[in-house]
Write a protein that binds this ligand. Sequence first.
Ligand code: KIV
Length: 271
Amino acid sequence: MNATAAEKPWTVPMLAEAKREGRRLVMLTAYDAGFARVLDENGTDLVLVGDSLGMVVQGHASTLPVTVDDIAYHTACVARGLKRALLIADLPFGADATPERALEASLRFLRAGAAMVKLEGAGFKLDIIRHLVEREIPVCAHLGLTPQSVLRLGGFKVQGREAAAAAKLRQDARLVAEAGASLLVLECVPSALAAEITAASAIPTIGIGAGPGCDGQVLVLHDLLGANTGHRRPKFVKDFLAEGSSIAGAVRAFAAAVRDGRFPDAAHSYE
Ligand code: KIV
């Protein structure tokens, strides 16, 4: 059975339980209390204050300008709108450059109401994950297209298509789980690879442009609602407002489509 709005608030151990029981996780981003309330009341399990706010709220070309102050402010706003969903706050660019900085920022986000922090990448970030988890801060890892790597990558591109890149992604997925992450976002990864990583993963995976084989799905709220963000619309984005006919309806339509495996379909996934 899937979680419903009448059920108890999400906790971190419930994520592993959901994976074990094969219940798909529904995640959306939010940046304010009003939308957070709508998400919370309409079947969203996980709410992310993403550094995507730099692009969809602040109007920047990338997530790089977002600060710890920005995420702390929006996390506090979103927390006031939630009763049941688990709140995750993104460590913005540079905030996880050292264990000390990551710990300081994460403590601010937990004080603002988050139950977990998200960070991008593996490599030296494995030590950061261990540093936070050892200090009782739950961590969501993020692999595949990591938008904070946009300068190195030269754009927002699908990751893991070549054999060597796919092998590295498989290895990184295992390493972030071993370092103690409780959740793993896979962004812009070919569907077959994401499904393979999910099947091998000890922790739930949440896909965005990673096909239907993940343990859950996330979309940026503005994309779910078909808002013109001023950015190119990626293939994996679907406007759920068109079929939901209200904001609450769009959230319910997304949640239902994720839970019964209708979203994402091939038209919203990468090969
Ligand atoms: O910042 C964000 O909103 C994210 C999601 C797209 C996963 O990282």
